[in-house]
Write a protein that binds this ligand. Structure first.
Ligand code: PEP
Length: 287
């Protein structure tokens, strides 16, 4: 991730026709958990209408409660890839919780024969699952979206990324997603997006923010913009160049994290908001 070479040259990488770096803004808007074909197709169609080529889709879900929906796993991959191909989606961020998931994804991708790629997501709960990190580092097919550990130091999370990079895969995006506190935060987690410039200063990794898991609810104050938008604003104005955000066609019926899902009709407004804040960031850096 660049620290041990004393480099600070901007890194980033191209993958499947999409650039993931500090200069190009990418939005991974999508389903926290894949639940059925219709919702996947509705999501992909909405993205295509907005000209967005990246998304998030959770097939393997690391749930806190074993009695809650655990994700559809490999079973949903054929139709997720089919829908992505149909709508011109180029990259799907997808969490893996076990090394065998990497093979399942590669297999499904090859069978689909369509041009959609996957960025392997390491969730906060697996931030120090070193065997998983090494497996992800050893494969060369997929880049990685690493979520900071929710209860460990930033330094420990950066070291975890070294487990991926030192095994040979330097294509890593670092994602901030809030940290746990004992303070009864009104949000799900304490938003940690002021760490964006710290990660950019210490490493070569482009930085993503996940306001959905940081905030945990789609509530809005009287000015109409949900807390999630405001958190995205904080992340972008601090220099993040990617945003991972949950949407759902019917949040009230979502099988996972429905309360934090934005509605499909909020996608164009979100896209516009991201553009405006990014422009403000670029202007502020130049001024
Ligand atoms: C997710 O993005 O679906 C997720 C579970 O996030 P986190 O690992 O940040 O909790």
């Amino acid at each position: 991730i660049g620290r041990h070479k004393g480099q600070r040259a901007s890194s980033g990488f191209d993958y499947n026709g999409v650039t993931f770096d500090e200069k190009s803004v990418q939005l991974f808007a999508g389903l926290c958990a894949v639940d059925n074909r219709e919702n996947v197709d509705t999501m992909m169609a909405a993205l295509a209408k907005c000209g967005i080529k990246t998304t998030r889709m959770g097939a393997y879900k690391p749930r806190t409660n074993p009695y809650e929906f655990q994700g559809l796993g490999a079973a949903c991959l054929p139709w997720v890839f089919e829908s992505a191909g149909k709508h011109g989606i180029k990259v799907i961020a997808m969490e893996v919780t076990h090394p065998r998931h990497i093979d399942e994804i590669r297999d499904a991708m090859e069978r689909a024969g369509n041009p959609t790629g996957v960025m392997l997501q390491v969730g906060t709960r697996n931030a120090q699952n070193f065997e998983l990190l090494k497996s992800i580092g050893q494969q060369r097919t997929f880049p990685v979206l690493f979520k900071r550990g929710m209860g460990i130091t930033l330094e420990e999370s950066l070291n975890a990324c070294e487990y991926v990079a030192s095994e040979g895969n330097p294509k890593i995006v670092f994602c901030l997603r809030g940290v746990k506190t004992h303070l009864g935060d009104p949000h799900r987690n304490m938003v940690d997006f002021a760490h964006v410039p710290v990660v950019r200063r210490l490493t070569r990794m482009p930085v993503c923010v996940d306001p959905s898991h940081a905030i945990g609810q789609a509530a809005a104050p009287p000015d109409g913009l949900p807390d999630i938008f405001h958190a995205i604003g904080q992340g972008l104005i601090a220099g993040a160049s990617m945003v991972l955000v949950d949407f759902h066609p019917h949040p009230e019926a979502a099988l996972c994290d429905g309360p934090q899902a934005l509605r499909m009709e909020q996608l164009p407004a979100l896209q516009n908001y991201v553009r405006l804040v990014r422009e403000a960031y670029v202007a502020a850096v130049k001024a």
